[in-house]
Ligand binder design. Sequence first.
Ligand code: NAP
Ligand code: G4F
Length: 416
Amino acid sequence: MKKNRFRHLKKKLSLLHCISFFFVSLWIKQYKNMKKVALITGITGQDGAYLAEFLLKKNYIVHGIKRRTSLFNTDRIDHLYNDPHAENKDFTLHYGDMTDSMNLTRIIQEVQPDEIYNLAAMSHVKVSFDTPEYTANADGIGTLRLLEAVRLLGLTKKCKIYQASTSELYGLVQEVPQSEKTPFYPRSPYAVAKMYAYWITVNYREAYGMHASNGILFNHESPVRGETFVTRKITRAAARMAMGMQDKLFLGNLSSKRDWGHAKDYVEAMYLILQQDEPSDYVIATGITTTIRDFVKMTFAKLGITLEFRGEGADEKGFMTHIDNDLFSETVGANFLESLQKRLKQDIVEVDPRYFRPTEVDLLIGDATKAKTRLGWKPKYTLDTLIDEMITSDIKLFKKENYLKDGGFTILNYFE
Ligand code: NAP
Ligand code: G4F
């Protein structure tokens, strides 16, 4: 009798368990349906990685498009990865390419995004002179492929689109500082391709009533900035030189000026642009401009190294005139001091005309008043805190490489 009652109770409990499991899964499903779905192209890039992290924190379901590459290209988003076998994933990657319309259309159909952030691009200005046709295809027509896919799939009312436009559009600047009203004058195949992308975004907005907006972002950097952009090239070189892993830093035009911000601040602006009731185009910038030369000086100064530039044009050189031993020991390590001191008074930065561009953009400085007033956007980082974060991260990176080298392992040069 007692046994029977116990069996009965057990049955009841397991039934209760099943029912509650059913309701919990239903609740999860509904909750998931309430979450916004974002699709990010270029998710493996600097901005893609920061944006994915930002949107996941805001409770989005994030889908990203990555290219097929012969080696893994997901270092920057590794920390966001879910096991592909896990249930209820909030982060999913799809293979795709901006040059493949059918692939883009299929992904958009599958994902049914509320927001698309089009960040994918061949984004290196100098390289675009070597690959102009590909750049036009991926950066220009690629944007058209996305917009047209959204339109053909009948998602024009559901899906908002952010287009990664650029301060490179201003090129040979027609006005200082540059705002949304400044006329464009692109100076590279990259900028010309981005000009097409800018206007096709505006055109789809006006022709089909799409919520499609351009963020005209000025240069933004971070510890995960691509190694061949000038800021990261400088912070990496400073870290390597401090540890005796590199002799010289070769750069191109030292006199051009850039308005540098932090990518973390800039992805927040992308998000804010898509949260507006009305689509529009916004300049995102700090309003402060700095020469490449000063960026070099500021970076080395963080390690206690004073640089003085002498000469002009291709003959200009940066000499190490002073080392603050205490600051160097604190930031890099006293064990590296002796070998660096041997190089005091020598030139450690040189100009290599190979890095000059056929047509240069000499001065960029943005006026972000519209973003500040309408979006309430304000950068948290200064150039000083940006450089601080970048150089600290590169010192850490190359200390790790040094340990590996000392342990007899081969380390890669990654020179360009
Ligand atoms: P990035 O680090 O170079 O990342 C570019 C991303 O695009 C990478 O994920 C790359 O994939 C992907 N990609 C390149 N070609 C592709 C193709 N054909 N199909 C699919 N994906 C492709 O650039 P970022 O600094 O994050 O910049 C993001 C976007 O903002 C770019 O459109 C850039 O032009 C624009 N922008 C950047 C800045 C800036 O200062 N950072 C300023 C204004 C505008 P892989 O990882 O496989 O290479
Ligand atoms: O770091 P950069 O290569 O960036 P650039 O050309 O300004 O383009 C970046 O910002 C744009 C926004 O304005 C984005 F749209 C674009 O996708 C990319 O993210 O070069 C900055 C400046 C240039 O004037 C260049 O001539 O630095 C100068 N520079 C001097 N020496 C160098 C070097 N640039 C590079 N990459 N490497 C050098 O050795």
